[in-house]
Design a protein around this ligand. Sequence first.
Ligand code: ZN
Length: 632
Amino acid sequence: MAQIPHDTIKQVLAATDIVELISSYIEVKRAGSAFKALCPFHHEKSPSFNITPARQTFHCFGCGKGGDAIAFVREHENLPFSDAVRKLAGRAGITIVEEQSTPEADQARRVRGRLLDVHREAAEFMHTLLMRSPDAQHARDYLKSRGFGAEMAKRWTVGWMPENQEVFLTWARAKKFTGRELVNAGLAAQRDENNPRSGLYVRFRDRLMFSIRNEIGDVIGFSGRQLREDKRSGKYVNSPETALFRKSNILFALDRAKKPILKEKCALICEGQIDVIACHEAGIEHAIAGQGTAFTNQHARLLRRYTKAVILCYDGDSAGFEATEKAFRELAIEGISVRVVELLGGADPDSFLKEHGAEAFREQLNNARDFFDFKLDRATRDGRLSTANGRATVANECAGLLAVMTDHITRDSQINHVATRLQTGASGLREAVSKASKQTKPKSNDRETHKPEVSIEPTSVDGTVRYLCHLALVSPEAQHLLAEQFEVLHESGEFIEGIPLLEIILGVRPDPADPAAVNAFLGSLSEPDRLALTRDPMFAETAPENAISAVETSLCQLSARTLMKRDAKVKAALSTPGLEPTRMIQLLEEAKEIRELLKGVGQRSVFEDELAPSTRRPPEQRKGPFRRERKP
Ligand code: ZN
């Protein structure tokens, strides 16, 4: 996994101040020697997100997320480890030289790299065709008719894919891209899926090509707009799902809109890519779009990292209205507040901007209505509120929508507001909401109880082993002592969970006095291993004063537990029917040996420990029973 040299990771971490880094994403307040903030990774009202400058780490006691600057960027920007390091390196002006790693990792990296190359180079090629090819005049004319010039086409790498597919295939061959790579990138497909020799066809023909980029700006897919009307295919054709392109978690233009969204404390969600481009070109740069109208929960979660408020600007037709309601559901579950803007005469942002200009558009955004006002205004317009029956139906619909909101303070004021507008009692509506929320419980409930929302499960590590891992990472003496006990620990591996993780720490021995070294080490671990260490609240603690005796005590406890488990195993083996005499003698001898060894570590403590195997008590309290206080 570690293609970036360890030293470079250390260098990057050393050059990064975590407080400064996190402050550039969210609001951070000083609290003594540490810093506090509202956690950006789960919904909360009082801050349980802590930053410890001395260790250059963060930790949230609400959702358990934590780690170093790299972990923060990974989590906040949803980036793989190496991309997060690259991002921080870029910030710090450090050049990364990648090192060789395993053949499999190399292979996977090469495949992904090639896939990104195909996308980037194809985007450039198609852009050049759009700008220069004599055959692309109608494409250029179309852009001009929409009010866009060459500058816009350049900024957004807009391109043209010709009708004649040989143009693209010849270019790809000259560039040494293989057929397999073109298929994997979704640019081409096999004529006959069952026959690899059937040849390729290009997926897009005579289309205006828009590049779709991921959060960090790599081209990962395309959206092709029809230039000549052809009923046999859609107005827009998108790349299929590929290893890079996952529709449900790509927000168009998020790479450009990230900063403006943070600045405006709001995201503007449009329906089409052209609308988004038109907004950006007019200086309204917090505009983004899903792929079409489908706004998923993943989109909402991605967006939540940047903002708690959005404005939806979908088409004024009934499909647009339905899409607005659906997006509201996904966003409200994530605690994001939703306002809606309906442009005059049902215009889309692109045509509105062309006709009325940016100033007028901004004014429309300022006048965006709260989602429920939008819904009720629409119901009024449709005459649904003129009868008691109609009002009851609308009240029911509103209850269902209010029920998904996880921001309960806002929800409560919304209930009052909606009730007033429907001329009904707030208590009745509140009841309907709580009834409806019971039906949707599984989704909204787990968000409120601050359960960690991590999909990856941490490696299962015994409590005592976790404590030893912690000691090895914070105390040089403890680390030294543990390294000497390597053999003993290894023996426990069969019976106690998590020993391999401790062994990794003792194999690498990152310097506990150097937070950058420890963080770099944590960064090199697998995700489950890292989570096992960083999700423990103890992770944020510094070394105890008596680290050596804490290690001795814990080792003692581990030995005792190992012996107990060995003992149980031997006893189980002894009760096997039809045991061979030689084997039985062996087992009896082993049982005797275990008994002797158990005497050495103190039997009473062993039983105490078995009763509460996972509790982590301060070493002072643990020490007594193990050492001296044997039963008389
Ligand atoms: Zn949290």
